[in-house]
Design a protein around this ligand. Structure first.
Ligand code: NDP
Length: 255
């Protein structure tokens, strides 16, 4: 174990949805902590831009195209990461989407799409990295949940169901794979400024302000606010922490 419990030097992280928002915020923090990083998303141009943001030494960074809801695509992503870096120490299941509508108006195809990406995607990626982590006797899986892992939300029936599922997926992976030296935990971000939430600010100012009024820290979060908890859960500092879901929300869940 390193003398610096939070050191990520020599560690390899695979971050789905690492080309923007919260995923890129975490990737930047991991890069500054010395990790090798593969980021994967659907949009190749966005991924190329994100790689250039991470730093000049591109031997430490890899950009990949993936659809996390497609098993073959996920397996290729993991294989490509292993081909470049030889191992995966950390998996961040961050890729996610939201489609807003009320439950009684929600279309089955939208339900399936959200569940397939947000929940099934995290399952497929975890399953795909398992063998490499098991064979080396260590690994960290960090799933990105949400406030809707805890609360109901009228216009987010599929999203909230997927994020509730993330908490139970996390517990089950933790229980199943502890014997293999793998820890699985979740981060539950509060309300964070990203592309995903830009529409609330732009189109629903009342809702944006109402949310703000419930945040004790009195501000929406930024992607960089997730960095410290992600480093903790990715590093040796959390070797006896598994199966938990940590809100990073400016106090929203305590209010
Ligand atoms: P963004 O929209 O900025 O990021 C979403 C990321 O997911 C993008 O990088 C996108 O990449 C990727 N992605 C979406 N679908 C797929 C797919 N099928 N396969 C691979 N990658 C995909 O939003 P956030 O940064 O806000 O969201 C990141 C995570 O954080 C999500 O899981 C979200 O639910 C969660 N979250 C966000 C909160 C917030 O307030 N912003 C609060 C709580 C949780 P690409 O465009 O290239 O496909």
């Amino acid at each position: 174990m390193s003398s610096n419990l939070f050191n990520l030097e020599g560690k390899t992280a695979l971050i789905t949805g690492g080309n923007g928002g919260i995923g890129l915020g975490i990737a930047r923090a991991f890069a500054a902590s010395g990790a090798e990083i593969a980021i994967a998303g659907r949009n190749k141009d966005k991924t190329a831009d994100a790689i250039s943001v991470l730093g000049d030494d591109h031997s430490n960074f890899l950009g990949l195209e993936v659809d996390v809801s497609d098993q073959e695509s996920v397996e290729n992503m993991v294989q490509d990461t292993l081909s470049k870096f030889g191992k995966i120490d950390i998996l961040i299941n961050n890729a996610g989407i939201g489609i807003r509508n009320l439950p009684h108006e929600y279309r089955l195809e939208d339900w399936n799409k959200v569940i397939d990406i947000n929940l099934t995607g995290a399952f497929l990626c975890s399953k795909a990295v398992y063998t490499n982590m098991r064979d080396r006797g260590s690994g960290k899986i960090i799933n990105i949940g949400s406030m809707t892992s805890i609360f109901g939300l009228d216009w987010a029936v599929a999203y909230a169901s997927s994020k509730g599922g993330i908490v139970q997926l996390t517990k089950t992976l933790a229980v199943s794979w502890a014997k293999d030296g793998i820890q699985a935990n979740s981060i539950l971000p509060g309300w964070i400024h990203t592309d995903l939430t830009q529409g609330i600010k732009d189109n629903y100012q009342d809702r944006y302000d109402h949310i703000l009024s419930r945040i004790p820290e009195n501000r929406w979060g930024e992607p960089s606010d997730l960095a410290g908890t992600a480093i903790f859960l990715a590093s040796d500092a959390s070797n006896y922490v598994t199966g938990v879901s940590i809100p990073v929300d400016g106090g929203y869940t305590s209010f």
